[in-house]
Design a protein around this ligand. Sequence first.
Ligand code: SF4
Length: 336
Amino acid sequence: MKRNYITFSKNIFIPVTNVCRNACSYCGFRARRPEDAYVIGMKEFLQLLQSRGAATEALFTTGESPEDAYFSSFFNDRVKEEAGCSTLVEYTKKLCTLAIAHGLLPHCNLGIVSTEELEELRDVNASMGLMLETTAKLEAHTNSPGKDPKVRLTMIEEAGKLSIPFTTGILVGIGEGREDHIRSLEAIQSLHARYGHIQEVIIQPFWPKPLTPMWNRKSPRVEEMREIVRAARALLPDEIAIQVPPNLTSPKELIELGASDLGGISERTVDYINPEAPWPTEEELRRRIAPFELRERLPIYPRFIKKRWYSELLSPLIARYADEEGLRRHDGIERF
Ligand code: SF4
């Protein structure tokens, strides 16, 4: 299935917590000191939902397994005090339910969670995600048990068994080699061949962050990004979109090589993972990729809407937002 348009989604970006059990050498998101630790509160979250503008997606990003992190007591106390919860999954599930009540379709990326937790989150998520990043064992992941490629591939496989529309991707420039890109893409392709659940593969360039061990490493060169996008398009089936982030790349030249999705952009919230790189507006995006046509999608791709890979709970919102092709309805006939 060849696409003749490029897609994107309108989201609000919700950093549930920056407390994380891992310590990836390139990460600028994780709290390194107790005084920097953060958990979104209910009041702040509700304010965010109320100012959602035209977004249809609530993108939840968190540190991984904060219950096992160095500052776990901060996390545990906050989620208990805010909502009587004892785990990240329990708290995020509550936030997802509230987001749905406010007309948003959740997409969670919580890092590694168990199969039971995936099952719990499935009903309140239009799709979920976990970056594979790489199948290589890297120095940057020495202190990150959740970045073991086997652990990540297992979770992506479990999501496939549960028929969860899934987003994954590779992170380029964190110490891996060219052959690792191919191995990583092949691993994703092989899981998709078995379960058919991968909706998009993000090709994400590493972006150095101040005060991290990799602050002085360079981002991948444009030629390298071009080569990987070309390889990904050749290797993955057409039904999987290749996504490139428009705030970290020059999207048009990557679209010419096979990229077909620009991910989520937000009018209201910053990219908390790369806060120094502002989102382009929708109009800017249209200008930057012309003459390619830009169309808005939901966090669940049309293919999975047709196959009804979503819960009854999400059904009214999907019916309200999706047009006949499964993209975002813009004919003013939202069905309530
Ligand atoms: S798992 Fe994610 S949040 Fe945690 S240290 Fe690694 S990149 Fe940062």
